[in-house]
Design a protein around this ligand. Structure first.
Ligand code: SIN
Length: 575
């Protein structure tokens, strides 16, 4: 691997968030930031191995992205399936940017990790013969996705994990707690963090937690864009906190846009309803306004091509036809082979029964927006869904900062490369949190004193710029990117970063985090002059392994963030 510095503008973002001095303090050996599958798995597995564990979460325990996951969790659990086949599908989707060793860890440890989740009490769906029911999603060549409650997989996993946490009095939980910044000791290792807590009795306002290790499991950055499937809490806080503490962020430009997000109109902003890829896995297909099935001929898997391929095809068709969305036809799902496809009147009841059993959540959501998928086409367009990049970690979840571990969407373990394979995200959180819990206790550092905070690089961006930031990122660093748009984005973000906050509050902290991550993301996207995975450049439409097989890393030193390119061998067996 070679490292080459690149000519990127220094990011104008604070090296620390302005915050009042801590009004309260507490101690815990390990602090887990985040309460989705990654965070709660880490906490549960650390139990009994370290004295005190504290889980902090920005909202309530169930408010993160895990709760919203529909499709399921991928693992080679079905008859005839193997980790090797899962590996191949993962590498192909990742478009030459995966870390092969990390992928091998994921696919080989995945089945056991899912079985453990079942033993914990997660109730996955089973077929009538009692076998685990497995479905297919984009990029998978086998039925490999375990699901629960039809399309409520994340909610069921979250329920089971919270139930287990409630039975573990030795794990303390603080809700409504935003991690502001890490506290480091003289050696640059984790010594604690500052937290802002809203309304938790004596622990109200900004406080300091002294600790010996932090596990970051705080999720992604979806709120960087105007339309996303992510909940409101996904403001990139964990990545920004890690960057300011000296950790490396990797692959930020690889943001996945889910192809089939329900289109609610031009003014709809924030979290949008996801129409799971599993709906296509069960036979739904995309059509344009003339009824043409435009995925045919685009890829051998047609409507079940990897996510980036489908998102690009939809966007192309939207651009060619001038329509703001395409359509998903799922009016035939569950029809017995004996019912002729055209005989809708006779088949509606059977389609309706299928929807109610298999996709109850999506059915309720689309109907609440006036679209009945049993009889209507569903309007869909791509929207931001998942950050494949994040805090760079090794195979054991370690970041570059001693005592700081990262897992789940906040991390870049190397398993997703340039485009995450469907339903690999819950699995990644599960597998790598188990790994962290297996090494962290043996690596716990002695208690150390945080060094005094250098406030010279502190600052805050006004919360009032958030909406404009999201518009800038969506229009210029979204699904389709170009040099002109990205350079524009850089200038506009620089301007927004210079709007100082009048108030020191959660809105300003989150917005500063969003600006920080957006600036790094847009810079990396501008530098990557090729199309790879979910990074689609209209001015560089081909993948270019000769120049861009590798990663953009961003680090911050003394409040100045810089970017480097680390080249590597392409590892999807394609190059
Ligand atoms: C989906 O259900 O389509 C989303 C699954 C995923 O993001 O992996």
């Amino acid at each position: 691997m070679t490292n080459r510095a690149v000519d990127a503008p220094a990011l104008r973002v604070p090296g620390r968030l302005t915050a009042p001095g801590p009004g309260w303090t507490t101690r815990s050996d390990v602090v887990v930031i985040g309460s989705g599958i990654a965070g709660l798995t880490a906490a549960l597995r650390l139990r009994g191995q370290v004295d005190k564990i504290l889980v902090v979460t920005k909202d309530v325990l169930a408010a993160g992205s895990t709760q919203w996951a529909q499709g399921g969790i991928a693992a080679a659990l079905g008859p005839g399936d193997t980790p090797d086949e899962h590996e191949i599908d993962t590498l192909v989707a990742g478009a030459g940017a995966c870390d092969l060793e990390a992928v091998r860890v994921l696919v080989n440890e995945g089945p056991e990790a899912v079985r453990e989740l079942i033993a914990l009490g997660t109730k996955f769906d089973h077929s009538s013969d009692g076998e685990l029911s497995l479905t297919r999603e984009g990029g998978h060549h086998r039925d490999r996705i375990a699901h629960a409650g039809g399309d409520a997989t994340g909610a069921e996993i979250q329920r089971a994990l919270i139930a287990a946490i409630e039975q573990a009095p030795e794990i303390e939980v603080i809700q409504h707690a935003l991690a502001v910044d890490l506290l480091l000791d003289e050696a640059g290792a984790v010594a604690g963090l500052t937290l802002h807590v809203m309304g938790e009795g004596q622990r109200d306002g900004v406080g300091a937690v002294h600790c010996r290790a932090v596990v970051l499991a705080s999720g992604g950055l979806g709120q960087v864009f105007s339309q996303t499937t992510n909940p409101a809490v996904s403001t990139g806080d964990g990545m920004a906190v890690a960057l300011r503490a000296g950790a490396t962020l990797r692959d930020l430009e690889f943001v996945q846009f889910h192809p089939t997000v329900m289109y609610l109109g031009p003014d709809s902003r924030g979290q949008q309803p996801l129409i799971s890829e599993a709906v296509r896995g069960e036979g739904a297909f995309l059509v344009d306004f003339e009824g043409n099935r435009f995925m045919r001929g685009v890829h051998e898997l047609a409507d079940l091509a990897p996510r980036d391929v489908v998102a690009k095809a939809i966007t192309r068709r939207m651009n060619e036809t001038g329509h703001p969305h395409m359509w998903l036809d799922a009016r035939h799902l569950g029809l017995p082979a004996s019912v002729p496809y055209g005989d809708r009147a006779a088949s509606e009841a059977s389609v309706s029964r299928f929807w109610e059993r298999r996709f109850p959540t999506i059915l309720a959501t689309t109907r609440s927006h006036g679209v009945d998928p049993v009889t209507d086409l569903i309007p869909v367009a791509p929207a931001c869904h998942y950050a494949s990049g994040g805090v760079r970690t090794d195979l054991w979840g370690r970041s570059d900062v001693p005592g700081l571990y990262a897992t789940g969407e906040v991390a870049c373990s190397g398993v997703h490369g340039a485009n995450r394979l469907a339903s690999n995200s819950l699995l990644e959180g599960l597998v790598f949190s188990r790994r962290i819990a297996s090494v962290l206790p043996g690596e716990l550092r002695p208690w150390s004193e945080p060094v005094a905070v250098d406030r010279r690089t502190a600052g805050l961006v006004s919360g009032s710029v958030r909406r404009e930031l999201q518009e800038v990122m969506t229009s210029r660093a979204g699904v389709l990117r170009s040099a002109v748009g990205l350079s524009d984005a850089g200038l506009l973000l620089d301007k927004l970063a210079g709007v100082p906050a009048a108030l020191v509050d959660q809105e300003s902290w989150e917005t500063t985090n969003l600006v920080t991550i957006s600036a790094a993301l847009a810079d990396a996207a501008a530098l990557r002059e090729e199309t790879r995975g979910s990074h689609w450049r209209e001015d560089f439409p081909e993948r270019d392994d000769a120049h861009w097989a590798g990663h953009f890393d961003v680090v911050m030193t003394d409040g100045v963030a810089t970017m480097a390119f680390v080249s590597s061998q392409a590892s999807d067996g394609m190059a």
